[in-house]
Design a protein around this ligand. Structure first.
Ligand code: PMP
Length: 363
């Protein structure tokens, strides 16, 4: 089989070593003669997997003891609703920084459950997308929570600074679906962090939620039980049957990350990978990226060809060179190279080399 570099935005490629291990133990896991997806979530073997995965995640992200980790159903979007259901009353206000498709989605969902407002939106300045800093926001009243998306998967916008609550009272809620575990974090900056799994964690169907304990216990009466943080926390995320295979595989990914040297090391490689690509994009004007340097995503590198009539041939030739899933999201067009943790530097380099050669032939 030809060596493929898969640039899919999600579900995305997983580390090869992890996939190999999963394959090796698929039908005879831990010598039990059965697969991990065929055993009870309440049995000792699976409980050990579940607890080890949490311990490894806590170690990787340095999660303090006053935060609970939940492994929930429903991907990233489930949390668009779970957050307001768990921490607001319908008269409360949620405040949103809107920087692309996913933060829009979170704001629209919040509207169903509480009042909501937008403090600022990303905007184009001299052809580049920029995120207004906190001193440029309009804030009329203190909200029940503040929400933003640390990495906009579709738009390729990543925010490295963390908004601060002026009074210290407003929980900062972050959708980290597409950049969690890509670099070290200060968990204490946040009230709630959530992430759908299918980019940097494991297979889809799972979401990881990291919630500060003082925010647990305020769910509305009509909150569906499986989205209730208190019920899930009290039952070790097993109020109902969790997505066991995704949880197991996430555990393998966390171990792989530790073996890579943890998040400082993975951040260094992620920086290198994105630099290789942005350097190629910026080289001549044949390609372009429309995000201000400060906000260029290290996970989703978006770019356009100056002659968009070449898009189809670019994608076709990339694919025949083993570089797959580069088509940009239908909402924005162009190209997108998603280079999550599992993408090796060699993959980013292979794409940059291909782009250079494609330009030489078509420029
Ligand atoms: N937030 C972000 C940043 C995402 O990239 C995605 C999915 N691409 C979602 C939320 C929604 O996730 P899900 O499809 O798992 O509900």
């Amino acid at each position: 089989m030809q060596n493929i570099f898969n640039f899919s935005a999600g579900p995305a490629m997983l580390p090869q070593e992890v996939m190999q291990q999963a394959q090796e133990e698929l039908i005879n896991w831990q010598g039990l003669g059965t697969s991990v997806m065929e055993v009870s979530h309440r049995g000792k073997p699976f409980i050990e997997v579940a607890e080890q995965a949490e311990a490894d995640l806590r170690e990787l992200l340095q999660i303090p003891a006053n935060y609970t980790v939940l492994f929930m159903h429903g991907g990233g979007r489930a949390q668009f609703s779970a957050v307001p259901l768990n921490i607001t009353k319908s008269s409360d206000l949620s405040q949103h920084l809107v920087t692309g498709q996913w933060s829009v989605g979170a704001e629209e969902e919040a509207q169903k459950f509480c009042r909501s407002s937008i403090v600022a939106k990303s905007k184009e300045i001299e052809g580049k997308m920029y995120v207004p800093k906190q001193d440029e926001w309009s804030i009329a009243e203190e909200p029940g929570y503040f929400h933003y998306c640390t990495n906009e998967t579709v738009d390729g916008i990543e925010i490295d600074w963390v908004p601060k609550s002026q009074s210290g009272q407003v929980p900062i809620v972050a959708d980290m679906s597409s950049n969690i575990l890509s670099k070290p974090l200060n968990i204490e900056d946040f009230g709630i962090i959530y992430a759908g799994a299918q980019k940097n964690i494991g297979p889809s169907g799972l979401s990881v939620v990291i919630v500060r304990n003082d925010l647990i216990g305020f769910a509305r009466k009509d909150t569906p039980a499986i989205f209730n943080y208190q019920l899930q926390a009290a039952s070790g995320s097993m109020y109902n049957t969790p997505p066991t295979f995704s949880w197991y595989l996430a555990g393998l990914v966390f171990k792989w990350l530790k073996a890579q040297g943890g998040l400082t090391e993975i951040a260094r490689v992620n920086q290198q990978k994105s630099q290789v690509l942005y350097k190629q994009i910026d080289a001549t004007g044949f390609y372009s990226n429309n995000v201000h340097n400060e906000y260029r995503s290290k996970m989703n590198v978006t770019f356009k060809l100056s002659d968009e009539s070449l898009n189809e041939v670019f994608l076709k030739q990339a694919e025949s060179n083993g570089l797959v899933a580069l088509k940009g999201h239908r909402a924005v067009g162009g190209m997108r190279a998603s280079i999550y943790n599992a993408m090796p530097l060699a993959g980013a380099q292979a794409l940059a080399d291909f782009m250079k050669e494609f330009e030489r032939k078509n420029g």
